[in-house]
Design a binder for this molecule. Structure first.
Ligand SMILES: Cc1ncc(COP(=O)(O)O)c(C=O)c1O
Length: 377
């Protein structure tokens, strides 16, 4: 058995920083030389580990890091990562603003009210606040609707302590609906022209998430915001040949083996019954690690380079596997939940399919108790 790394319970995630780097460079190839990258590292870098991932992306030249919360911005700052972070959500409560400003965090102004609160907080501190104005072109989540966008931007420009560093919108269907996305781009482009005609120039203009980067090159503007593609996944096929590599592998080990006669139930409520004399392995992961209960009797994992089925209900900390067809199975064998073993591979998309969800949710669902190991070579 291979020596396990610095943790005791054998369930862990490996983050391949070489592949992360390769994805970043692949994304750079898709954009014009003058276009910058805001790397979306929110939600613990989609479960990949905020600080190590951000450090790699910062070294590669990401212009900004897109986060969810002030907590994430402060974690980056404590880790001495110099690339500025932008909180992509609406800052709330506004009392958070003073902490954001003191730490040089870029904030989203998603309403006139939030812009005014930015001005108030910055003035009180005698500092400037750098904001990116959020325009809603169809997502109906946060931001000022296109109709009110010109007065909103003019208002921000009139505020003495607010620096309007960016303006952005977000695609609602860049992976699915070209007509809807085309309309969003049209509204946003019209707005930019309108602002230009009024002599308003904003340094960073952005709207493209991963889908936008690959499908709508005319809408890259001066900054793009990839998330899932950095982590090696595209939720749909794109018209070009793109070489993205998976960054995250999720692994565990077999901790118990049992011979079970035919006709016996396995795990809670006996939803799996052995059809033959079987070898049932218990592995050290469960739904508290993010391996969902809905994977029960559905998902497969890799053992000794073979796909093996989950047998019965996934439990909180352990999952049973039918390893009857794995000839030399042993306690201590590595189990691959996401990733490659021998010639076999289980991509995150397989788990998303079994759970009826997206790769985003599978990644973000890998719980905090699963240690992340960073592999740099
Ligand atoms: C505002 C914003 N921009 C960019 C992204 C990145 O999107 P993707 O992961 O599809 O590239 C997200 C992700 O949810 C987002 O909320």
């Amino acid at each position: 058995m291979k020596k396990d790394p610095k943790f005791f319970r054998p369930t862990w995630v490996e983050i391949n920083h070489r592949n992360l780097r390769s994805n970043f460079l692949e994304l750079k190839k898709q954009i014009a030389p003058g276009v910058s990258i805001l790397a979306v590292v929110k939600a613990n870098a989609y479960g990949h580990g905020l600080v190590p991932v951000s450090r790699t992306l910062s070294r590669l030249g990401a212009k900004f890091l897109g986060v969810t919360s002030l907590e994430e911005s402060l974690a980056l700052k404590s880790a001495q990562i110099k690339t500025p972070s932008l909180i992509l959500g609406n800052i709330y409560p506004f009392s958070n603003l003073s902490v954001a400003i003191k730490n040089g965090v870029r904030v989203t102004a998603a309403s006139v009210e939030s812009a005014l609160q930015c001005e108030k907080a910055a003035r009180r501190l005698g500092e400037k606040v750098y904001v990116h104005a959020k325009i809603d072109t169809g997502m109906n989540r946060i931001g000022v609707n296109i109709k009110g966008a010109v007065p909103f931007i003019e208002k921000i420009k009139s505020l003495k302590s607010v620096v309007l560093e960016g303006i952005y919108t977000h695609f609602a269907s860049s992976y699915e609906d070209p007509d809807f996305t085309g309309n969003q781009i049209l509204h946003f482009t019209d707005l930019l022209e309108n602002l230009r005609a009024r002599g308003i120039h904003i340094p960073f203009v952005h709207d493209a998430n991963s889908g936008g980067i690959f499908r709508y090159p005319h809408a890259h503007f001066s900054l793009v915001r990839p998330g899932i593609s950095l982590y090696g996944v595209l939720p749909v096929t794109v018209p070009k040949q793109i070489n993205l590599k998976p960054v995250l592998s999720w692994k565990s080990r077999i901790i118990f083996l049992k011979n079970v006669p035919a006709g016996m139930p396995v795990s809670y409520s006996g939803t799996f019954k052995t059809k033959r004399p079987s070898v049932i392995a218990t592995a050290a992961f469960g739904y508290a690690d993010g391996f969902r209960r809905s994977f029960s009797n559905k998902a497969e994992v890799l053992v000794q380079g073979q796909r093996v089925p989950v047998a019965g209900r996934v439990t909180m900390d352990m999952t049973m596997l039918d390893v009857t067809d794995v000839p030399r199975v042993q306690v201590g064998d590595e189990v691959v939940i996401i990733g490659t073993q021998g010639k076999e591979n289980i991509p995150v998309q397989n788990l998303a399919g079994w759970a009826g969800t997206s790769p985003y949710e599978i990644f973000c669902g890998i719980s905090a108790r699963v240690p992340r190991m960073d592999l740099h070579s």
